[in-house]
Design a protein around this ligand. Structure first.
Ligand code: GDP
Length: 550
């Protein structure tokens, strides 16, 4: 039962937008922030105007590294009610898997963005599997419907074949590629036609005659899928009656939260088509913090567990999920509050570090501004200024409360290592300090120094990961460094190998980090050739991606 104190949570959605690099995650996020009214210019992603990718480097490389949490408001077009949508940024590159991991831990639902001309790409598969592992309900957005080669059917087929999930299209595109004109809402049987590329002029109408049969067929399938998860819809279905729109939405919502239904939407973020409908779908189908299982904690020194349901009046339970050095205020600790209320100026207990720590100021981050608040309540995400010891994955509880550790974030072992030395010997100490600070922010980045040789080595999740950190060392700490050749710190982890025809080859070995099955990939017949699927980095292996055990 929802208490009065918890009622605001029904209008909360904590979501991540996950995708393969280049699928359009940044553009989609930007448009979402634009339509939620917090940003006022639609910036092209790679021209430096993107709001989420605000680190200089990210702009240059066009990838998202930081997992910032941004708060936005959305008024549902149907009900007119206002919702708080917290967007937790997830990166699209394999080297930053830890970032994906930590965002998966703190979000309640996800939007998986696919490039309709590419279908489901390897990295999208990885992200999908991570979402499976964390039990994250999700909806899929088939983006770039305007692009040459775009095909909604391709995405639906790939979701079925590559992801092994049953897609439930709740929309159908009117035209594809340069002919992409609009979107049919299959649930409500309404057509949304866009007369320009700015998303400012949208006409709503009945389903055009040419699409009527197709839409009727798809709606019948959708109702059947909904009937599988909802008794009321099933009863009506058996009696040959149609559910009402509200009943159908409620059933799809139930199925999505139970991860038995994956609604699929389509659109073009770049051409401003379908983003408002996507936001409505986030509200319609993704869970509120009250609809996800309560986070569990284990009592210190015992096996006993405690649950922390989302309740602002409950005991404080929060997870630090990202540490960031901020040029203005110093160290920012991003937290998700699961239960209770975090007050500025209060003391908390860091159960992971076994230390008391003081909360200074609290910030709610918006796309273009920061709002200072005096408290963050259950279900909210925000940043804390002042915490000295909190690291990624640390549990924060009330000072003096029963000591529990929340389920944390898996930190994978680094896979690649290289020697580093400053170009100028005098910079040795400065380099040490810089590397230490960078390692504090990123638990997958390790720094070691060999006492005998005096050599410093750094290790991380891949060449790009280390390259970026060496770059940051130069920019932020003004230390120019030379690096040696990469060595493999942790050899290949492959979850599955298939031969050239897609036939499963073999897998061997036990569970490693992330719960991966380590396998030795060898063709069954000599010379048959094979390709790796889910192969991790590590210099000698084709870098496809990381995935959980099959
Ligand atoms: P990310 O790497 O997933 O964040 O992808 P971006 O949002 O940076 O987009 C990658 C590229 O695809 C950019 O050049 C975008 O302009 C382009 N793009 C994004 N969305 C669309 C779309 O809907 N249609 C087309 N044609 N291009 C898009």
């Amino acid at each position: 039962m929802t208490t009065k104190a918890q009622s605001y949570l029904t209008h909360f959605r904590n979501i991540g937008i996950a995708a393969h690099i280049d699928a359009g995650k940044t553009t989609t996020t930007e448009r979402i922030l634009y339509y939620t009214g917090r940003t006022h210019n639609i910036g092209e992603v790679h021209d430096g105007a993107a709001t989420m990718d605000w680190m200089e480097q990210e702009r240059e490389r066009g990838i998202t590294i930081t997992a910032a949490a941004t708060t936005a408001k959305w008024k549902h077009s149907g009900s007119g009610e206002e919702y708080t949508v917290n967007i937790i940024d997830t990166p699209g590159h394999v080297d930053f898997t830890i970032e994906v991991e930590r965002s998966m831990r703190v979000l309640d639902g996800a939007v998986a963005v696919f490039d309709s001309s590419q279908g489901v790409e390897p990295q999208s598969e990885t992200v999908w599997r991570q979402a499976d592992r964390y039990g994250v309900p999700r909806i899929a957005f088939s983006n770039k419907m305007d692009k040459t080669g775009a095909s909604f059917e391709l995405v639906l087929g790939d979701i079925r074949e590559r992801l092994g999930a049953i897609p439930a299209p709740i929309q159908y595109p009117m035209g594809q590629e340069s002919d992409f004109k609009g979107i049919i809402d299959i649930v409500r049987q309404r057509a949304h036609t866009y007369t320009n590329d700015l998303g400012t002029d949208i006409q709503e109408s009945d389903v055009p005659a040419e699409y009527a049969d197709k839409v009727a067929e798809m709606r019948a399938q959708l109702i059947e899928a909904a009937a599988e998860v909802d008794e009321d819809v099933m009863m009506k279905f058996l009696e040959g009656e149609e559910p009402t729109v509200e009943e159908l939405v409620a059933a799809i919502r139930k199925g999505t939260i139970e991860k038995r239904i994956f609604p699929v939407l389509c659109g073009s973020a770049l051409k401003n088509k379908g983003v408002q409908l996507l936001l409505d779908a986030v509200v319609d189908y993704l869970p509120s913090p009250l609809e996800v299982p309560a986070i569990k904690g284990t009592l210190e020194d015992s096996e006993e567990t405690r649950e922390f349901p989302a309740d602002p009046e409950g005991k404080l339970a929060a997870l630090a999920f990202k540490i960031m050095a901020d040029p203005y205020v110093g160290r920012l600790t991003f937290v998700r509050i699961y239960s209770g209320t975090l007050q500025s100026g209060s003391y908390v207990y860091n159960a992971t570090k076994e230390k008391r720590d003081r909360v200074g100021r609290l910030l709610r981050m918006h796309a273009n501004s920061r709002e200072e608040v005096t408290e963050l309540k259950a279900g909210e995400l925000g940043a804390v200024i002042g915490l000295k010891d909190a690291g990624t994955g640390n549990t924060l509880i009330g000072d003096g409360d029963e000591r529990v550790l929340l389920e944390s974030i898996d930190v994978p072992e680094p896979v690649i290592k290289l020697a580093i030395e400053p170009k100028t010997k005098a910079d040795q100490e400065k380099m040490g300090i810089g590397l230490q600070k960078l390692a504090e922010e990123d638990p997958t980045f390790r720094v070691e120094s060999d006492q005998e040789s005096g050599q410093t080595t750094i290790s991380g999740m891949g060449e790009l990961h280390l390259e970026i950190l060496v770059d940051r060392l130069k920019r932020e700490y003004k230390v120019d460094a030379n690096v040696g050749a990469p060595q493999v710190a942790y050899r290949e982890t492959i979850t599955r190998a298939v031969d050239v025809e897609g036939k499963f080859v073999r897998q061997s070995g036990g569970r490693g980090q992330f719960g991966h099955v380590k396998i030795k990939a060898e063709p069954l017949e000599p010379g048959a050739g094979f390709v790796f699927e889910n192969a991790v980095v590590g210099g000698t292996v084709p870098r496809e991606f990381v995935g959980p055990a099959q």
